[in-house]
Write a protein that binds this ligand. Sequence first.
Ligand SMILES: [Zn+2]
Length: 107
Amino acid sequence: MSIEVRCIDNRWCPIVNCDGCGQIIDDGGNGAFWMSLDPGDSALYFTHYGRCLDLLKAQLEKLHSTDPDPHGVFGWQSLDVLMYQFLENVHITPDKAAADFMARLIS
Ligand SMILES: [Zn+2]
């Protein structure tokens, strides 16, 4: 499961697991997300950069090897882009999200 909830430092919080190696992606600068470019497919995958990203790319290309353009079936971006896109889709600015999070930590 790519996204799950775990208790870390006595706080329950969502974490992202790498679909390549299964380890937690704990550095947003070392993570990517993959999404299907087919409007009928909502698949979302997460990987570390490097070996994990190469491994998942090869698996997805093999899975879609019969598609007319197996290289164009999935696209990927940096994990931090996903966070900004998610915030934008729920109409929350990064500054407001950070302020609300810090306020909850203090209370
Ligand atoms: Zn990994």
